[in-house]
Design a protein around this ligand. Sequence first.
Ligand SMILES: [Zn+2]
Ligand SMILES: [Zn+2]
Length: 883
Amino acid sequence: MAWPIPISLTKFCQKTLPLLSHQVKEDRLMETVATIIETDQWNSFDHFHDTTKTLVRYYQDADVDVEVTSLPTGGKIGSGRWIIHQAANVKKATVDIVAPVDQRLLDYHENPWHLIQWSGSTPTEGIESQIVIINSRKELDRIPARGLAGKMILTDLNPRHHLRKLISTGAVGVITDRPIPNSPEAVGWTKFGWGGIPIGVTGDQQDFVGLVISKTQGIKLRQLLQKHDKVTVRTQVDIDRYDGSHDVVSGIIRGADDPQDELWVLAHSAEPGAHDNASGAALCVEVARIITELIAQKQLPRPKRSIRFLNAYECYGFFKYLEDTRRLQAPLAGVVVDTIGSKSEVCNSRLEWHATIPMSAGFVDRVGEAIIHATLNLSNPGYQLHLEPFVSTSDTLIGDPKYGFPTPWLTTHHQAQNVGFDAYHSSADTINLIDPKGLATCVTAIAGYLCYLADAGSQEVIELTTAETDWTINQLQKSPEKSAAKVNYIRHSHQETVNRLKRWMWGGDRKEILAHLDNCQLQVQETASSITSRPITFRKVQTQEEDINGQVYPHRTVLLSPDWGNNTNPEIRLKMEKSRLKPWALFWADSNRSLKEISDILSIEYGKKVTLKQVTSFFEAHQALGYVKLIKAKDRISKSQLVADLHQLGLEPGMDLIVHSALSKIGYPIGGADTIVEALLEVIGDEGTLMMPSFNHRSAQVFNSMTTPTTNGAIPDAMWRRSEAVRSLHPTHAIAAIGPKAAEYCEGHLENGIWTENSPISRLIHGNGYILVLGVTHESSTAYHVAEVSMPCGCIDPFGNIDRIVTLDGTVAEVRGLAFRAGVCPISPAELNTTLNNLGLQRQGKVGQADAALVKAFDLWKIRRQHLKDACPSCTIKPSIRE
Ligand SMILES: [Zn+2]
Ligand SMILES: [Zn+2]
């Protein structure tokens, strides 16, 4: 590949990878696979909970932390959320032929694959019915409603795709003998729905039973029918369907320095196959084992950050978990491990590494590629590495660049490109499909990928950015005749990677590192603009595009992509299906791209014309589900309007200013939060300094000034990330500033302490600075705490607690941080708003749609002091000191 492997990665592959490889134990790995199958094979929620117990035990034995998150089934059905409708425990399922012969056809307890998932139940004594063969959709369509009342349908169709029609025939149920390639004895894993019965299928489903037999069994049954033309079966199915739960099991290797920052491995459980996916879950356990063993033997340092292995129901487990568990920031990166470690003959020697979602940060693909290559050089069970494009598994949707994290997929699923292995989703997917050496190789590769990424720091960021830049420039130059749109697309991918790589910054000089990154982006930009662009040409498509105004800007409101398969009302789903776009097209809805621009981007991504009509249908469907808001062009606010509003409010060139803000109150600025920052900078000009709170309020366990987000909102978060911003070093209440006095304001924050006389905000107060509140009130104006400390008040101790920070040299240090008051201040800061208005000390107006006010910081400080004058001396509230 034209990707120059960074030195740190080469060293890692030489030094660490052999250690990892050596530590893998094939026997215990295979035993783990076998044990997981023992319970998952029953395809029943009570047994899925048993798998939870197994995995918990394994992770505990591996000496890693374990968390079990129980997710309820049921709830907002129809919402598009990843909700399993009902839990289902299987108690019994048998079919007996009662006439013309007496013979057992199938028994779930002998082979659990015989039962369709989400099947209905029969009365206890069973139900006798005559068999009717329906072998095509055409035949099925000819049956009138209730035309097969009381019958049992035998078909080689997959019932999942025809469920509504099958039920409408009034039949008791369906037996499918759909064939499995090259395995006539195998029974196909069949479901009526993925996470439940799809919305829109009638309520009768509760009684509609579903069973599966092998092709061989099907032939015999069909022969019997031919001979006697009347075959009667008795079916007994007992399934307990109820509002229950399913589990997300996390095994966590806690990071040494910042355990809160995580990499995620997704390996679904709750499927009956050995290859799909007991092998994936077992891989997680083995990776956890070998890393902790090497740490214990002091052969490997504990990585800086945590590695979380997640085992849960495919999509329904992971996506619901991602949505439900609030975290300070998304994981850095991840990997999907699904259907792994097969024998070479099963996968035709194909070890596939699938890219993360297009436009996610693709450097992870290259890092993984290098590590897998190096692993295969150490030990190769006969695999050939195939680099493949993104495929939705659909777990890989978690690679969403906005709400997820870059996530490639390692697999031995395919025997040819896009062709699954023969035994896929059938009872032939047994443990003898797995090659212990093959699975061990996958363990090493994944362990390597995780260890490298979990421990990378600023040096790796620089190296990886350089490598990505060389690679991107190479992509651009490879065929210089590219359309402008294509060039832009490549450039944007590079930008996404660079932005994501900033998450790994750890120690060193922030300005220097960012200068390198900016320079890399500039190089790509220069190459891009030197390329001759030609107009884009696609095959002509018939549309009435003129009718649609593409100047509408979709804005994401919900995590990830919805469940179109089972949990969406049919009318909305139809709209989505009509668009013929892939679910991940949603990721372009960043409120800065119009529908028209998105259709252009998708045309590049798909390599064929995507019409505005398709895109409109797609986003209207998402809007109807509440996943996006479509913003009209006229509702967007331009920078020039913001600048005018700020001038009107009284902002002037040369002002120093701290801003507290709520983006949602302002409306939808063109270009998002960054535009607000730029408008502010434009108004105060080169002589003014802009300051914003950059606090995390101790939601960060370890403060890394280069990566820890602020919880003060989107505008301050966009502001501190800018290359020209200075961010003070304070574990919980950092300040960010841009302008000539930025460094001066931010200096010594840690030593001087929060809100003290020499703190950044105090310097602003006493340096003739201003406070601007945008869509919030002065209850958000931190400056009043500076007044409190100056009283002095007895309730704030700037050095009362111990917190942790990443220092410049990359070590984690304990520092003295804020102990805030343990009770509510008797003098409400809300009074500031009233007094400032009464005294005519603040100017009020609108900025965008937000109410805004501008006040001299000193005035606010003075008034807060007056308010507190009598209260502080007698106040008994003390600082809250942690143990
Ligand atoms: Zn599967
Ligand atoms: Zn799978």
